[in-house]
Design a protein around this ligand. Structure first.
Ligand code: PAF
Length: 279
């Protein structure tokens, strides 16, 4: 497995593979890899000749008061996990390599990014789209893999690929959970023991929403209220949002029909966690 920190080196390797007619699967990450990332890499491994993983804590997608500096990093451990899955190349650039002096071009979107996480993180998706487009240009993958835990991100990337006619197929992969139901996330590492227990309220409240829907409820406001009421039973939890939106357009819906995303963001202490399910 190769580890490259320069764009030019990735391009050289990818060109050689393409000359041989090999397909490339790509998993963009910010590192501190866990089972969720592993599932993306395994999907990429199964469906492509070569697998590239990027590990880059992208400063552009963090707001000024967010956790860029404290975001967990462990390249050595990540490399072991990648090697174990059979990844062929890790791209691990420095911020200066991705955003050299004078950088001033961005990818932005009018729809999809104003609801859910976009409300409290207004510049987040601009940072995600810009870095993902750059990474797509560098790696030129046939297939790229994203987790459904970041459902809004998945919808945004799908829209960007369609709108900008990018020649890559986007694969959304299911959420991977701890045994007790907590969705895997690099940010779970911020939680102390008490908070870790309290964080179960995310999956538990979504289960309440799911049950209600299974019992025939289609009114989005009643489903949101039931989820919010359950979250309110946990003293360490503070709701950022509980929303029901159309999964393709990320616009609020009044009634559940077609592909609907039920998504929540909840602060447990200072840690903001997200979770969701798609109908
Ligand atoms: O999901 C992530 O880890 C990041 O948002 C991504 C897609 C790697 C872009 O920095």
């Amino acid at each position: 497995m190769k580890i490259c920190d320069k764009i030019e080196d990735v391009r050289k390797q990818v060109k050689e593979w393409k000359k041989e007619g090999l397909t490339i699967g790509f998993v963009p990450t910010m590192g501190y890899l866990h089972e969720g990332h592993r599932s993306l890499m395994e999907a990429a491994r199964k469906e492509n000749d070569k697998v590239v993983v990027s590990i880059f804590v992208n400063p552009m997608q963090f707001g000024p008061t967010e956790d860029l500096d404290s975001y967990p990093r462990d390249l050595d451990k990540d490399a072991v996990l990648c090697e174990g899955v059979g990844v062929d190349l890790i791209f691990h650039p420095e911020p200066q390599e991705m955003y050299p002096e004078g950088f001033c071009s961005y990818v932005d979107m009018n729809g999809l990014t104003t609801e859910l996480c976009g409300k409290t993180r207004p510049t987040h998706f601009r940072g995600v789209q810009t870095v993902v487009l750059k990474l797509f240009h560098i790696v030129t993958p046939d297939n790229a893999y994203f987790g459904q835990k970041d459902a809004q991100q998945l919808a945004v990337i799908r829209r960007m690929v369609k709108d900008l006619s990018l020649d890559v197929t986007i694969h959304g992969c299911p959420i991977v959970r701890e045994e007790d139901g907590l969705a895997k996330s690099s940010r779970n590492t911020y939680l102390n023991e008490k908070e870790r227990k309290a964080a179960l309220i995310l999956s538990q409240s979504l289960a309440v929403g799911k049950e209600l829907i299974a019992s025939g409820e289609t009114d989005a406001s009643r489903i949101k209220q039931a989820i919010a009421d359950k979250i309110a039973t946990e003293p360490l939890a503070r709701i950022d949002y509980v929303d029901v939106v159309d999964f393709d357009t990320i616009t609020p819906v009044d009634t559940i029909s077609g592909s609907t995303l039920v998504a929540i963001a909840v602060y447990i202490g200072k840690t903001r966690l997200i979770d969701n399910f798609i109908l």
